[in-house]
Design a protein around this ligand. Sequence first.
Ligand code: ADP
Ligand code: MG
Length: 450
Amino acid sequence: MALDATILDLNLYDTKVDLKQTGSFAKQIFKDNPLVPALIIYDQDQYVGMISRRRFLECLSRPYALELFTKRPIAVMYEQVQVSILELQGSTPIVTAAQMALGRNDDNIYEPVIVRTVDNGHAVLDVHDLLQAQSYIHELATKLLREQTQTTMFQTEKMASLGQVVAEVSHDIRNPVSSIYGNTECLLTYIEGVMKILRAYEKEYGTTSPVISETLEEIDWDFVRSDLPQVVRSIQSGSRYLRRLVDTLQSLSHMEDKGETEMINLHDCVESSLTILSGRVRNVQIVKNFTDLPKVSGYTDRLIQVFMNLISNSLDALMEVQASPDLIRQRDQMIIKEGEPEQSSNVLTEINWQPNLMISSGLAEIDNRNWVSIKIADNGLGIPKEIQNRIFDNFFTTKGQGKGTGLGLAICHQIITQQHGGKIVLRSPYLNANGDVTIGTEFEVLMPVK
Ligand SMILES: Nc1ncnc2c1ncn2[C@@H]1O[C@H](COP(=O)(O)OP(=O)(O)O)[C@@H](O)[C@H]1O
Ligand SMILES: [Mg+2]
């Protein structure tokens, strides 16, 4: 039985009697069908009501009842036992039905329920069956909830210990990386000095000595001389990158302690997020369109996390298309169907589709206030209108098991709106920088300027 089962899914009885039939006839039916909780009463073909087994037996146990009722039409008894009957549509969910059944007064609480079937007929539902089903559903719901909580707990625990590892490892790497970076600076200065000395020697003594010229040739001195500083410079830029990565990882893994707000340039947060995700953005063309921004007040690590979540969702969307380019063709065909036929020639873009990530910044004025705006947009498949109002919900994901947690956007929303007084807006499709309607997804983060 499913969580959303209705009373039509339960065991129903449709044993009927006519008002004109005798009490002993009804008694015989109850005797022959020991499970039937009530008889549905008809007048000719017209539904009248029901009489439950309990009421029937109660009636018969009264003094003189046997003589009174058994030989007479059931109508006589029905007249005396008439109670209000709970009648429900078959489409009523079991949980609702149980609530209504239990909401009756004490006298009626165990009376069967009349169910309206699809073809407007009537059937009888035993309250005992109803309550049993309700308790089963309750158990099912609790179990599902427990499973969900447990999965989330495992996930959270995993993330927490992962965070610990990241914090430790980045701490350990930080010193050697800083030392490599710092030393390259010295190395470059030293190399310059050595070169100066060599030039001075060259000038004083020339390179005419055969031993010297042979050695110069042997080590390909002309090449080494020009390449050496470049080698060191590339070590320097590599270690600068590593240092920045380590810094960001460290500040991210210390998320729990709230810390102080700082005045932040949001571009730096975006850059840090891109650094962390650099392994994943390799095949994607990133277009940045930054304008000068005032600083905003906030928590650096959390804002980095917001941009990481947004960019990472965009990358997922772009990878989805890359993995099956057919999706683009289907999407374009849908647009052709919806749009004007003469435009269709411009729409067939699947041949030159390239994964794009557009990040732009700017200032906005909303509600007489100034805001800094960062837009993150991709040309993936976009988000269907039907689910757009659910994507910020906890645990809402369209990604397969083990892939999505459904927490990314919920966290973004929480961080931006509650911790920073900002806004986060989804547009899909959206207008690109040229004002063209673009298929894909855009998230705009708006942060208040003090
Ligand atoms: N850039 C995007 N393109 C397409 N769909 C998106 C994009 N960003 C978010 N979504 C949709 O929103 C859902 C929720 O996102 P999120 O909260 O980050 O959870 P998760 O990424 O774990 O699924 C995703 O499963 C996806 O369906
Ligand atoms: Mg996500």
